[in-house]
Ligand binder design. Structure first.
Ligand code: SF4
Ligand code: SF4
Length: 349
């Protein structure tokens, strides 16, 4: 691992160098009813719009590489021939500026599914290859439990990671691309005192987590509690709106639809993200629905994240960002659901 330091002023210069391409980062979008700032990932044209001091964004950056709705390709009939055009937008370079560790780890988890041979998602792969990712240290909110999920630090998956230390940044360099990009600004080698300050900062951040999720033996407990009455309780609350999947950095399920235009000459293949909580998620041809009840759909989401993915990849599909709980109109949160499965008690009943 290579470490560097640069002054806060050099960040402006670094942004300018990177901003020759599309830069996406946390920007302020408004205020909550309680007057708290609301942040979301958005295209950034001026560094003054970049809020690296954000606590959490409403959505993850997923929308920029797994958009809610996208045309994957279009078709045109031309006499006896037909032509297929693939979305050229898939290959544009993208700088993700200011991702927290949880969101970088979410990308690493998506990679395990969407880049897996023998059938990788070629659209995702093309976008992933063109990404330059700058991580940034976070300040945990009461909803965050990434520390419990082991996703509060980054070992790979970004090009560099910034930790503010007063009027300088401590930089962890993860790629040769980042190393060469940093050659264009003024940096210095960190001194032993800088390493010490960095370690103290990391330790202080870890102490700020207030929410914990007990994950030991969770897969076994889920196996044993498949018929627990708590699922009906959560299912009764769930509105089957799908918001949790939309804001989640690791939900990737999607549907494909082929749309023929009215002129009968053009057609499009569209891809739309979907949610396993939606009523028709498990409906098949003929109208049979394998999960007609909200409790079975909600349960499926938890079993996929905390049971099936663990069996397949030896890690949870949840990174503990807390977004699903913050944005759920029914106040359903991962820590409370998991706690209720363990104890058999739904606390707010
Ligand atoms: S956001 Fe909440 S109410 Fe909506 S589907 Fe998810 S768990 Fe159910
Ligand atoms: S399930 Fe909820 S807490 Fe876990 S990664 Fe998705 S949005 Fe974040």
């Amino acid at each position: 691992m290579i470490f560097k330091m640069f002054s806060n002023g050099e960040l402006d210069r670094f942004f300018e160098i990177l901003a020759t391409g599309k830069v996406v980062g946390p920007v302020k979008k408004g205020e909550s009813a309680a007057g708290q700032p609301l942040y979301d990932f958005s295209v950034v044209y001026d560094i003054s719009d970049l809020h690296l001091d954000f606590d959490q964004t409403i959505h993850s950056a997923k929308n920029f590489f797994l958009p809610y709705l996208s045309d994957t390709c279009s078709f045109k009939i031309d006499g006896t021939q037909w032509h297929k055009d693939v979305d050229p937008g898939a290959y544009q370079p993208l700088v993700l500026f200011g991702l927290h560790a949880c969101d970088i780890n979410a990308l690493n988890k998506l990679d395990k599914v969407l880049l897996a041979e023998p059938y990788p998602d070629t659209y995702y792969r093309a976008k992933r290859a063109e990404m330059f990712i700058i991580g940034h240290a976070c300040q945990p909110t009461p909803a965050c439990f990434c520390r419990s999920m082991g996703t509060d630090s980054v070992l790979h998956g970004c090009d560099l990671f910034l930790t503010p230390l007063g009027d300088e940044y401590f930089v962890e360099v993860f790629s040769s691309r980042a190393f060469h990009a940093l050659e264009k600004i003024k940096t210095r080698e960190p001194r032993p005192a800088d390493h010490k300050r960095f370690q103290e900062q990391v330790a202080a951040t870890k102490n700020l987590f207030t929410t914990e999720v007990e994950t030991s033996d969770l897969t076994k407990i889920l196996d044993m509690e498949f018929d627990s009455p708590v699922w009906a309780n959560w299912g009764d609350k769930c509105l089957s709106c799908g918001t949790c999947a939309q804001v989640c950095p690791t939900c990737y399920c999607y549907g494909i639809e082929e749309v023929v235009e009215m002129d009968m000459v053009h057609a499009r293949k569209t891809r739309q993200l979907y949610s396993c909580n939606l009523l028709d998620f498990a409906e098949v041809a003929g109208g049979h629905n394998f999960r007609p009840e909200s409790k079975s759909r909600l349960k499926y989401r938890y079993y996929h994240k905390h049971r099936g993915f663990v069996e397949a990849f030896e890690e949870s599909l949840c990174v503990g960002c807390g977004r699903c709980g913050v944005n759920c109109l029914a106040d359903i949160t991962v820590p409370e659901v998991i706690d209720s499965v363990r104890t058999g008690v739904v606390k707010d009943d």
